[in-house]
Design a protein around this ligand. Structure first.
Ligand code: ADP
Ligand code: MG
Length: 661
């Protein structure tokens, strides 16, 4: 069965489903609800004024409608519940009137106003609820409603293929329901206990496969011998001495850790954690220098072009008096330039290559890559490093991340990965003063901005959207450009940066901002990671509630990059309590823990950006206990079971995932 063969599913909705990541019937049936609403008929005697009420009854009077405007209306009628006759108010559902004939059975969900014997209804369901119902709630996208998605899923459930990846001995051990039934149950649950079993089974499978992948890769790595280097420590110290600033103790300790890893013959697998602005980049540069001294090539991979370019310039600058060949390779490098770089990487004339994912495409072939560094590790999957084509050498690996992973999780996920921490910021740095402002306090915001501008400082302004959208009503970049030009355009220059611009356009704007030819840079979150302009002392973030705390903290880290006092203004009418956490602390570790508490693992691990950690039902935090079991089981499985004929499909899946053979 294909998506196209579903009754009533036309090309328009097909596109929308594709947008939700649904391309096959199998995708469709594994498009699981993200939560469930448990609906239970309320017991009237137990309800207080303003409580949520769910009750069924019969429409007693013909509804009457009052229109405020074309789109806004209020409908009123009376509902007979057998015990009582309630007044019903419901807004913006005038279109339901024709179905609400007198005598129709409905269930209303709303808020009880005891004094007026009134229910302000938020939702009406046709037919009555006799017992508890469990309603699956799905993510949607503009143009397609939950009910439509449900209808398609139920069509899909009639005929779909599924492969069960849990080995049979584990199915027996946990007495799991079979996969096909589990899938059916999660879409149409009738019993909470059964639902939980079905969900657990699907979560376990996801986490089991995930842990198998992680551990398989690790075992695969472990069997490879690392490089043993001979490096004159004095050369390294001399280099550190020559840097434009004195390194902090934590930076020096991290370098020491890395130095030891590099000169010993085991393979380095190290995570360098440090808050935004803690100075991880320079540690990576020293590491690359050590690697260079021992005669190997280094690759530094960044998640965005803007960041890769900045690293490239930074590194080139530091090595300007050295005979070290540094090049930049991104998706936007011209074909001619790319071919030249490929050739030079293969011949070994490039010592340090900086870039984006482009570094690890099929075509890139290194002569003797000895060190791979990924910046903002949480944005990448672990897959990339398996793609290295490298003349049989297994490089040492350093991951850098500003999003600290709580230690227990790091150990579970990465197992034997070593961790170096940079806890202190370079001296002289001040905490960023953060405030939360309402939309209607924009005048205050503009005044604060003006003060910074008058002091010859620069400002970032962040909007969630690039351009106006008919789907959502968030602030966009172009709207802000207009506003800022109106407020400051006479005296200061306003620039715009976003992901839809070409890389040369982006680079031009960034260079102008760096050179202070632009004072106000309006941007989307493309600016989020790592960008470093020291004279910027203020960041203003519109619709701040749209972002996770960790993302906001990262954004805030764009300022406060020298000893000037810096400011962050979060503009939001919503979720101010959550945002207030940022006004109280500048400690990224605390913030990520808060995020973790509030939102589950999603934001923490940068899911959606990192290929490995996108789960459709599991959540690393909520399902931590399942994860632990899955981890243990995966280790036994890889040790004793994976080679068995019955488990061939699992081995294949893992290998495909890493492009291994
Ligand atoms: P992050 O850890 O967020 O990647 P960066 O490496 O970009 O931080 O460093 C932030 C800023 O601090 C950079 O401008 C860098 O040059 C500067 N910096 C790094 N280490 C020191 C230090 N020891 N003393 C003074 N400034 C430093
Ligand atoms: Mg950085």
């Amino acid at each position: 069965m294909t998506l196209e063969s579903i009754k009533g599913l036309g090309p328009k909705n097909l596109k929308l489903l594709n947008k939700l990541g649904i391309n096959t019937i199998e995708d469709l049936v594994s498009f699981y609800p993200f939560r469930y609403d448990v609906i239970k008929r309320s017991n009237l005697n137990e309800l207080e004024d303003q409580d949520k009420i769910i009750i069924d009854g019969i429409v007693e009077t013909i509804p009457s409608i009052f229109y405020f405007s074309r789109k806004r209306d209020k409908m009123t009628f009376k509902l007979n519940t057998g015990e009582n006759i309630f007044n019903i108010n419901i807004f913006n559902r005038g279109f339901l009137k024709s179905r609400l004939k007198v005598g129709t059975s409905i269930t209303v969900i709303g808020k009880l106003d005891k004094k007026h014997n009134l229910i302000v209804v938020s939702d009406i369901k046709f037919g009555s609820i006799l017992k508890t119902t469990i309603e699956p709630i799905y993510h949607t996208t503009y143009g397609i409603g939950i009910n439509t998605i449900k209808k398609y899923i139920n069509e899909g459930l009639k005929d779909f293929n599924t492969i069960d990846y849990i080995p049979s001995y584990l199915i027996d051990k946990y007495k799991f329901i079979d996969k096909e039934n589990s899938i059916k149950i999660v879409h149409n649950p009738t019993d909470l206990k059964v639902l939980k079993n079905a969900l657990n089974r699907l979560k376990y499978e996801e986490l089991f496969l995930f842990m198998c992948k992680m551990n398989y890769l690790k075992n695969n790595d472990r069997n490879k011998v690392g490089l043993k280097r001979v490096v004159d420590k004095k050369e390294v110290d001399k280099f550190i001495e020559s840097l434009p600033f004195k390194l902090t103790t934590d930076q020096l300790n991290s370098i020491e850790d890395i130095y030891t890893d590099l000169i010993e013959d085991y393979r380095m697998n190290r995570l360098l954690q440090g808050d935004v602005g803690s100075g991880k980049t320079i540690v990576s540069i020293v590491s690359m220098y050590i690697n260079y001294l021992s005669g190997y090539q280094s690759a530094l991979m960044a998640p965005t072009e803007v960041l890769a370019t900045q690293h490239y310039q930074n590194i080139k600058n530091i090595f300007k008096d050295y005979n070290i060949n540094v090049e930049l390779l991104t998706g936007k490098t011209t074909t001619k330039e790319k071919n030249k770089i490929y050739k030079e990487l293969k011949e070994g004339t490039i010592d340090i290559i900086v870039g984006t994912h482009a570094l690890f495409t099929e075509k890139v072939d290194y002569k003797n890559l000895g060190l791979v560094i990924t910046d903002e590790q949480h944005r990448f999957g672990v897959n990339q490093r398996a793609n290295l084509k490298n003349k049989g050498i297994t490089p040492d690996v350093l991951y850098m991340s500003a999003t600290p992973i709580p230690r227990t999780y790091a150990l579970t996920l990465y197992g034997d990965m070593e961790i170096s921490n940079i806890k202190t910021l370079p001296s002289g740095k001040k905490d960023i003063i953060t405030t939360v402002k309402k939309d209607n306090e924009i005048k205050d915001v503009l005044e604060s901005m003006y003060i910074e501008l008058k002091n010859n400082h620069q400002i970032y302004v962040i909007a969630p959207l690039v351009e106006e959208s008919d789907k959502v009503d968030f602030t966009n970049v172009y709207e802000l450009e207009e506003k800022m030009n109106k407020a400051f355009g006479k005296l200061y220059k306003v620039g715009v940066l976003h992901g839809k611009m070409t890389s040369s356009e982006k680079e031009e704007v960034m260079t102008k901002f760096k050179n202070n030819e632009i004072q106000i840079l309006i941007s989307t979150t493309v600016i989020e990671v790592g960008v470093d302009v020291k004279n910027a002392t203020m960041i203003v973030i519109f619709d701040a509630y749209m972002f996770g705390l960790s993302s906001l903290h990262q954004l805030r880290g764009r300022v406060g990059r020298n000893d000037l006092q810096s400011y962050c203004i979060l503009i939001s009418n919503n979720e101010t309590e959550r945002l207030n956490i940022l006004t109280q602390t500048n400690d990224g570790f605390k913030i990520s823990e808060e995020d973790f508490k509030l939102r589950g693992s999603g934001d923490l691990f940068g899911v959606k950006q990192s290929g490995d950690m996108v789960f459709s039902v599991a959540d690393l935090k909520r399902d931590y206990n399942i994860l632990l079991k899955a981890k243990e089981d995966s280790m036994y499985f890889l040790e004793n079971e994976i080679e068995k004929e019955d488990n061939k499909n699992i081995l294949e899946l893992i290998k495909n995932n890493f492009g291994l053979d």
